[in-house]
Design a protein around this ligand. Structure first.
Ligand SMILES: *Cc1c(COP(=O)(O)O)cnc(C)c1O
Length: 361
């Protein structure tokens, strides 16, 4: 069986070494020494001035939204994990879905301004599959209208644009470090931000809103990363470059076989971006088999691909009929045609080749 993804792991001995200090200190959570060391290493690796760590990426986004103090409406993408819009709603904001562009499936900045009202306070956009939003254009719009920009960068760990760490764009960026992501801490999340003043409450909100031993300054939550997770992060960070290089080998193999096939579309690399090979999305549009047929054909051969993302999140059952599909046709179009192929550090180019044989058979 070939799964869609498989977690990278340090050696058992390396992880044991990293968690050993806890048997002395008995400090298992709440910003312990491992947590703090991991934060420092992340700041260096990501090239960002500030990071905060969380129990998972979803709650990291909720805390970032609360800490930023925004209210009202947030313009967001419908082509993302359901987490993005759920976090917006659960933070007391209203999502306003802006359609995506056809080239890299990120939010279409040309359609943002038409959606701005006097209630709009933020743009919350996703670097989907690790393809970066058009960050300069989005920042210009935000500056013109006084909007906060928060990125769901769950897919974009270790990426840079012209040498600048992706976490430097917007007011804050959330990275998920869930076990299925390129870089993981078992469960976890990171928020990178530049303005420490603006996000001064972020660690307090993460810890129930405590601002002192007996003072509770915020209606916070419990979103803490624990020491076992931080230790996994420290170990995995040592190997991240090598793991991404291994993913690239498999991804290159897919690209070689699947580009220039009639009815199959791949997303082009973005200039200046060092890609992390988080996902391998393939768009079946006019191919001899449709997306569902390719999915079942692969399953018959014990290869698990995923309809990631499907459905377009604006049509989630729990949102009722609040968001008519006609408003975001491009997102729906791609949600019906995209498949992400297996991609992980241990996927050999031979396996990728075999998967292409099945798709092209
Ligand atoms: C995985 C993911 C999340 C949620 O992250 P968790 O760490 O699983 O909570 C949010 N947004 C996107 C785009 C994701 O892929």
């Amino acid at each position: 069986m070939i799964p869609v993804t498989r977690s990278s792991m340090p050696s058992f001995e390396e992880y044991c070494e990293a968690i050993k200090p806890m048997w002395e200190s008995r400090w298992l959570s709440n910003r312990g020494g491992i947590h703090r060391a991991f934060e420092e290493q992340l700041k260096k690796h990501m090239g960002v001035p500030h990071v905060a760590l969380f129990a998972n990426g979803h709650v990291a986004m909720e805390v970032a939204l609360q800490a930023s103090g925004i209210k009202g409406e947030a313009i967001t993408t419908p082509f993302t994990h359901i987490s993005t819009s759920h976090a917006i709603i659960r933070s007391g904001l209203k999502p306003v879905f802006c359609d995506i562009n056809e080239e890299d499936l990120t939010i279409d900045e040309n359609k943002i301004e038409a959606l701005i009202t006097n209630q709009t306070s933020a743009i919350v956009a996703t670097h989907v599959y690790g393809y970066l939003c058009h960050v300069e254009a989005i920042q210009k719009i935000a500056d013109r209208h006084g909007l906060t920009v928060i990125y769901d960068a769950a897919h974009a760990f270790a990426e840079t644009i012209n040498g600048v760490g992706v976490g430097n764009y917007g007011d804050a960026s959330m990275f998920s470090t869930h076990a299925t992501k390129v870089f993981h801490t078992i469960e976890g999340g990171i928020v990178a931000f530049r303005d420490a003043g603006r996000f001064h409450a972020i660690d307090n909100i993460t810890n129930f809103g405590f601002t002192g031993n007996d003072t509770i300054g915020y209606i916070g939550t419990n979103a803490r990363m624990n020491e076992f997770e931080a230790a996994m992060g420290i170990c995995n960070l040592r190997h991240i470059e090598g793991e991404i290089a291994k993913r690239k080998l498999a991804a290159d193999c897919y690209s070689e076989r699947l580009s220039d096939v009639k009815g199959i579309r791949l997303i082009k690399p973005q200039p200046g971006v060092t890609y992390n090979y988080a996902y391998y999305p393939v768009i079946f549009d006019g191919y001899k088999r449709n997306r569902e047929e390719v999915l079942s054909l692969l399953a018959e051969h014990d290869v698990i691909a995923r309809r990631y993302f499907y459905p377009s999140v604006d049509s989630a059952e729990c949102y009722g009929d609040a968001y008519p599909a006609e408003k975001t046709p491009i997102s729906h179009y791609f949600a019906n045609r995209v498949l992400t192929l297996p991609l992980y550090a241990g996927l050999s180019p031979q396996d990728a080749d075999r998967i292409c044989d099945i798709i092209l058979s």
